[in-house]
Write a protein that binds this ligand. Structure first.
Ligand code: ADP
Length: 362
């Protein structure tokens, strides 16, 4: 048994799991909310764990910038580098770091490993990660595409390759949760992804707009909106929430089914963006072996999967609607026998992936 204590430390909550890497089993878990002091919250978890002693602690860290290309053993220097990267992720990296510091204090002698959401996408080529803006400004400010959900992509792409029996598979993976993104993966390497310097770019999400014309910001700014208001508008009050009043996909689908025109338009916009990226990534990869759906919406909504690939038989993509509609928690194929490109549903498990990467560094 190799016990890993997995920590996802946010600004006001700490989510944790105790995972046995050998059996891939979650043994315990909890969520501490309304956290004001990360250190005392961590001591509370230590007490709850009693005489259970993890071999290593794995921490989710959102932004690893261009510095971290893989999971990294935490030292004072690594802590300092994560702190420096807070400029790129001011809402996420500071609470992630608070969790690391609290764990180092509460569990003396147990190694800590930082696992970064961005690391998996460090394989992107310059032409994929470079924004076409003033090169000096971009360099000085660290402005480039980084991509996120990397831990999920790593887990899901490995599980998909296992299911296909093809480690060299070309995959287009849709991670559709509250936050949503898509990645083009070639033989386990990320070659393109829809989130950019921040998680705002790309697909339509629960509360984020995804892609839009940056000129809209100037327009709204000249009309009197402050930067904080624009940030809130695009990150917290847009996407499905902005279009319908609810950011939860089940609510939007329910309203649309009752004939609500706003909800139907929101679904149409959401699906249109999925198809836009699917086509783009087929071109970037030069074809694909499989299209993979994961996370809350991707795993549980047959209607979303169906809309994403409808009418693509000519491209070699065809669902088997009875497989697609069948409820299951297993990784599975939902395309028809005639489909040249397989369509898969693969449940993600970011905590297990963090645990595996932390254990692998031991
Ligand atoms: P997070 O990004 O917060 O981890 P999840 O991956 O849990 O989020 O995804 C949450 C989303 O999944 C919500 O919009 C929820 O409505 C959606 N979802 C969950 N189950 C279903 C379902 N059966 N059909 C459609 N959407 C679903």
């Amino acid at each position: 048994m190799t016990l890993v204590f997995v920590v996802n430390s946010g600004s006001s909550s700490i989510k944790w799991e105790l995972v046995d890497v050998e059996s891939a089993e979650k043994l315990r878990g909890g969520l501490i909310e309304r956290v004001t002091d990360h250190e005392s919250a961590m001591l509370g978890i230590l007490e709850e764990l009693g005489d259970v002693h993890p071999a290593v602690i794995g921490h989710r860290v959102v932004h690893g910038g261009s510095v971290f290309t893989a999971a990294t053993l935490v030292t004072d220097e690594v802590e300092a580098a994560i702190e420096e990267l807070s400029a790129l992720a001011p809402l996420h990296n500071p609470p992630n770091l608070a969790g690391i510091r609290a764990a180092r204090a509460a569990f003396p002698g147990v190694p800590n490993v930082a696992v970064f959401d961005t690391a998996f996408h460090q394989t992107l080529a310059p032409e994929a990660y470079t924004y076409a803006i003033d090169a000096d400004v971009a360099r000085e400010q660290g402005i480039r595409r980084y991509g996120f959900h990397g831990t999920s992509y790593q887990y899901v792409s490995k599980a998909s390759a296992d299911l296909l029996g093809n480690p060299a598979a070309k995959l287009i993976v849709f991670h559709l949760g509250n936050g949503a993104s898509v990645a083009a993966i070639d033989a386990g390497r990320s070659v393109e992804t829809s989130m950019g310097m921040t998680p705002l770019e790309g697909l339509v999400m629960g509360t984020r707009s995804g892609d839009l014309d940056a000129g809209i910001l100037f327009h709204l700014g000249r009309s009197g909106a402050t930067l904080d208001e624009l940030d809130t508008l695009l990150n917290r009050r847009s996407g499905m929430l902005g279009l319908t009043g609810s950011g939860d996909m089940r609510d939007v689908q329910g309203k649309a089914a009752q004939g609500d025109a706003e909800a139907q338009l929101a679904l149409d916009v959401y699906h249109h963006r999925l198809r836009h990226y699917l086509g783009a990534y087929l071109a970037q990869l030069g074809g694909a072996d499989a299209i993979v759906f994961t996370a809350g919406v991707g795993e549980n909504s047959p209607a979303t999967r169906s809309a994403a690939v409808a009418g693509m038989a000519g491209l070699g993509i065809e669902l088997d609607e009875s497989l697609n509609g069948a409820a299951s928690k297993e990784a599975r194929v939902v395309s028809s026998g005639a489909s040249r490109i397989a369509v898969l549903v693969v449940p993600t498990n970011e905590e297990l992936e963090i645990a595996r990467q932390a254990a692998a560094l031991l």
